[in-house]
Ligand binder design. Structure first.
Ligand code: C2E
Ligand code: MG
Ligand code: MG
Length: 690
């Protein structure tokens, strides 16, 4: 009895063990009767098939198959061979078809008669998916341009992709099992790598620029991301490095930096960096009460050499001149080329003006020696104007303008000499006073009028707009150019009423054109710094737009870099306000001021007008043409329109067309025209003929 009980218990235990296996197993199990009807299905199998045991019990096993022929052949196989294994397509209750691994065996009695079939099966969906994901990942790795390297947790390389081989020059078999430090360039110190590993360990990844070495020994910069891969317990199993070779990007960055600061022909500072450095030097001079001299040099007879020997020799001469001048500099002196044959030398911290004079003499003397331009011997000389801080100007602009004036004086007095700036050079004081008097009366006397110069789309020849240029007809003074009287108007505060007159007149006249067949013609108006600086500037423009009922989308304001640079946050507010009205904004004389394009990008600017001094020399100096190209390219990236000013001939036009400059303005199209002439010009203009 006892035995029986024990036996019974044992049987129960055996039963429950089987139960555990059936119930807990992460595989599906069917038990079929000899007619292939379902007797039993375990819970995992119910999950996979989505049927409950009750729903399935007694149904035909064939109902789960997608293809009845599959079922038939499996059944035959089982009957004849006793087992069948393989992958098969099955259908869930929801109708979803899935792939299954099936292992079926026939259970027979001692007489060999089939009594049951036991089928163990596994849903392959996940496995298939991850397999296809792995295949996809492998395909991606094969094809992406980033190099990929996978290491184990000890940093031994396990695999690399084809891009790795292309960038580093190492084949997979050369690096497998090695440590990635075989790529180290030696450029970074131990600290660099320590910091990198600290990040990887603490944050799980590291990103940055790193110099590595290719198999051929060449160092190259790459952008590298290293990530850690962990298992479910949080232990690091692998590191993955993804990198791209940024040699090209580095080169363009270098080039742009160079373009921004250096004169590409001679290697000395360019205008931009001169202005910046001179400003710094002036701050120092002011702080420590030092004197400073600005020497403005213009070569005599340079044009003659350019014309007789050609531009290549002209360029060569400029390089040689720069080299000779650099040889004369002291440590802290700076030299810059402003373009053409103009150089500026700044002598900081001089003790006495005569130091500057002595230096100018040395320069004149040194340049007197002949230059060997390959087989040609060339002679030149130079005229130098000198201005002194603090006597002749307190800021960069004044010092440069005054040194320039003194240089002209030196030329006038017979060249090959230097001249200090004198106050009297202030363009003849009595005339200036006279002009100021007249200027005060000019508005009342109706002496101002506007001329308009068309802006033409390079590719289509269509006239998109006109620039309004102020003219002053003063009977006593002849025609004074705006370049002369506008600074005076600014000095005397007269610029505000004059500016308002210009805007009103331009609005009135452009409206006449809008209603007479040119509804989209844009008018560009020059805005002076003083006017723009007024608090109520944007409001007053808004009022005028309303008063004259002019379409704001056809109004563009031209601002120079000098106008928008100071006080950037205030400026941005004003510009945004104008932009919201629909008014367009352009930067006039671009390239002559301090600003870099990336800085300008902060402002809501539509158009860049490339200064005419660059256009003038596109075919003379490679440097000017490359600056123009760079401006066009960068403006495109910043989605700004480029307008070339001062286009005078077909050659310049063709260059600009090829380089993708959007619009041109200049004598090549027409000189500025009076309103009546402009109307006629618009009527007669044929875009096709450009
Ligand atoms: P800007 O705005 O750069 O105007 C272009 C200047 O280039 C004009 O000189 C124009 O006559 C001249 N120009 C046009 N095409 C060519 C060309 O093919 N070759 C050459 N060499 N020059 C060309 P303009 O009229 O003497 O004006 C000089 C400057 O005076 C203007 O430069 C602008 O800054 C200022 N200005 C003119 N009108 C106004 C105005 O109404 N208000 C203010 N604030 N400034 C004005
Ligand atoms: Mg302008
Ligand atoms: Mg301009």
């Amino acid at each position: 009895m006892k035995f029986q009980m024990l036996n019974e218990k044992n049987e129960k235990e055996v039963e429950s063990l089987a139960d555990i296996v059936f119930r807990r197993m992460h595989e599906g199990i069917f038990v079929l009767d000899p007619f292939f009807q379902i007797l039993y299905i375990n819970p995992w199998g119910q999950n996979v098939t989505e049927y409950s045991e009750d729903e399935l019990r007694g149904t035909d096993f064939s109902s789960l198959f997608v293809n009845i022929n599959d079922y038939k052949s499996i059944k035959n196989h089982l009957l004849s061979e006793g087992l069948w294994k393989g992958e098969i397509l099955k259908k869930r209750k929801s109708g979803e078809i899935y792939q299954e691994w099936m292992d079926a065996s026939a259970v027979c009695n001692e007489a060999g008669k089939l009594i049951n079939c036991v089928i163990v099966f596994r849903d392959l969906t996940k496995q298939k998916k991850s397999q296809s994901e792995i295949r996809l990942a492998a395909k991606v790795l094969e094809n992406i341009s980033e190099g990929v390297m996978v290491t184990d947790q000890h940093g031994q390389i396990l695999s690399v992709n084809p891009a790795f081989e292309i960038v580093t020059g190492y084949h997979e078999e050369e690096v497998i099992g090695k440590n990635p430090n075989l790529l180290q360039s030696g450029i970074h110190d131990q600290k660099f790598y320590e910091k990198m590993w600290k990040d990887i360990i603490e944050k799980g990844n590291w990103k940055g620029e790193i110099w590595n070495k290719r198999k051929n020994g060449e160092n190259y910069p790459e952008w590298l991301t290293i990530s850690t891969i962990k298992d479910e317990n949080g232990n690091v199993t692998n590191y993955v490095g993804v990198f791209s070779d940024i040699t090209d990007r580095k080169e363009t960055e270098e080039q742009l930096r160079y373009l921004a600061h250096q004169d590409s022909l001679t290697g000395v500072n360019n205008r931009y960096s001169l202005l910046k450095r001179l400003e710094e030097l002036l701050n120092t001079a002011q702080k420590y009460n030092q004197q400073l001299a600005v020497l403005f040099l213009d070569l005599d007879r340079f044009k003659h050499i350019n014309d007789t020997l050609g531009h290549n020799y002209g360029d060569l001469l400029l390089k040689n001149v720069a080299a000779r001048l650099m040889g004369l500099l002291r440590n802290k002196d700076i030299i810059a080329r402003l373009g053409g044959d103009e150089f500026v030398i700044v002598l900081p911290n001089i003790k006495h003006p005569k130091d500057a004079a002595k230096y100018a003499e040395e320069i004149i003397h040194s340049l007197r020696e002949p230059f060997m331009l390959e087989q040609h011997e060339a002679y030149i000389s130079t005229s130098i104007g000198i201005s002194l801080f603090p006597f002749d100007g307190a800021n960069v602009e004044n010092l440069l303008v005054n040194a320039d004036k003194a240089m002209y004086q030196a030329k006038e007095r017979g060249k090959n000499q230097f001249e200090f700036y004198h106050k009297e050079m202030h363009s003849n004081l009595p005339i200036k006073m006279k002009m100021e008097n007249y200027l005060r009366k000019a508005l009342d006397r109706n002496e101002f009028f506007l001329e308009y110069q068309p802006q033409v789309e390079t590719r289509t020849g269509i006239i998109s707009g006109v620039e309004a240029l102020l003219r002053w007809d003063q009977p006593e003074l002849d025609r004074v150019s705006p370049g002369d009287f506008i600074p005076l108007a600014e000095d005397t505060g007269l610029i505000i009423p004059i500016s308002e007159w210009v805007i009103g007149t331009a609005f009135e006249e452009i409206k006449k054109l809008h209603v007479n067949g040119y509804p989209n013609l844009k008018v560009s108006i020059n805005i002076s710094a003083q006017h723009f600086a007024q608090d109520r500037f944007s409001n007053s423009i808004e009022k005028m737009v309303q008063l004259f009922n002019v379409n704001p989308y056809c109004v563009e304001l031209e601002l120079t870099e000098r106008v928008i640079m100071p006080n950037a946050p205030e400026t941005i507010k004003k510009l945004v306000k104008l932009k919201q009205l629909g008014i367009k904004l352009s930067v006039d004389d671009f390239g002559t001021g301090y600003s870099s394009l990336s800085y300008l990008n902060k402002f809501p600017i539509n158009t860049l007008k490339i200064d005419k001094s660059f256009i003038k020399n596109i075919h003379k100096y490679k440097e000017d043409s490359s600056i123009v190209k760079a401006i066009i390219t960068m403006a495109k990236q910043l989605k700004m329109i480029t307008v070339a000013e001062g286009v005078e001939n077909q050659k310049q036009f063709d260059f600009l067309l090829t380089e993708g400059c959007d619009q041109v303005q200049g004598f090549y199209i027409t000189k500025p025209l009076r309103f009546e002439q402009l109307k006629k010009f618009l009527e007669e203009w044929d875009p096709e003929l450009l």
